[in-house]
Design a protein around this ligand. Structure first.
Ligand SMILES: Cc1cc2nc3c(=O)[nH]c(=O)nc-3n(C[C@H](O)[C@H](O)[C@H](O)COP(=O)(O)OP(=O)(O)OC[C@H]3O[C@@H](n4cnc5c(N)ncnc54)[C@H](O)[C@@H]3O)c2cc1C
Length: 189
């Protein structure tokens, strides 16, 4: 890696709350948050090998785990397949941590077998109306956007007719309920 690593752990290794650490260097000018993003989208343009080395160094430095939903999951998909309008609106906000995303795949009746998912998306002019429930949606209570899998065809076999839809979690009709964790009283990670 050409540049020296300037990550400094500010807390010792440990569990739950102790795992929260501050990283120095994960700032937009370096593109270190968008390690799997192309340079023209504000990322590093690194190869998988370079990303592996970076992840290894982060771990060695005891750095905080990066919340993956925006920068690791949906970001690279938007870089590759998003429209210019979507890229302009969403990518800088993700890299600058101005907007947070959640992943909406699992449902009460569809976990490992996503073909069982029941969230319906019905076309309504320029938009879709979503009807259904997601579960285990990490960070849904503070996320701004969600990328979710929804059924867009009634005719297709259950493994087909599924689309990824990006939805504003502040839209009317969206409600997030917390699922308490056993360590919730002590854990802030
Ligand atoms: C901490 C945490 C955070 C999560 N965050 C998110 C999130 O942000 N967004 C999201 O969409 N999901 C999230 N999930 C959900 C997760 O990724 C899985 O999709 C979900 O937990 C699996 O569904 P389920 O609980 O209904 O289990 P099931 O799918 O019912 O599986 C139950 C058990 O059966 C086994 N099993 C299932 N199918 C088969 C098979 N065909 N053959 C053999 N064994 C099988 C499974 O391995 C498992 O042991 C999260 C889960 C955890 C634990």
């Amino acid at each position: 890696m050409a540049e020296p690593c300037r990550l400094k752990p500010v807390a010792p290794r440990g569990r739950c709350a102790k795992r929260r650490r501050v990283c120095i260097g994960l700032t937009p000018p370096r593109g270190w948050l968008g390690v799997s993003w192309p340079k023209e989208q504000g990322g590093t343009g690194w190869t998988p090998q370079q990303r592996y080395i970076f992840d290894y160094e982060l771990d060695q430095a005891g750095a905080a785990t990066i919340i993956p939903m925006g920068v690791i999951y949906i970001g690279p998909i938007l870089c590759a397949f998003g429209t210019p309008e979507q890229q302009r609106e969403w990518l800088p906000a993700i890299l600058e941590s101005r907007s947070f995303w959640a992943q909406g795949y699992s449902e009460p009746g569809a976990g490992s077998d996503l073909a069982g998912l029941g969230l319906r998306a019905e076309r309504d002019g320029d938009h879709y109306i979503l009807n259904g429930t997601k579960i285990w949606t990490s960070g849904a209570h503070w996320a701004d956007w969600i990328f979710c899998l929804a059924r867009t065809s009634k005719e297709a076999r259950k493994q087909d007719g599924i689309s990824m839809i990006c939805a504003d979690l502040r839209s009317a009709g969206v409600t997030a309920y917390p699922i308490p964790r056993p360590c919730q009283s002590k854990c802030t990670a």
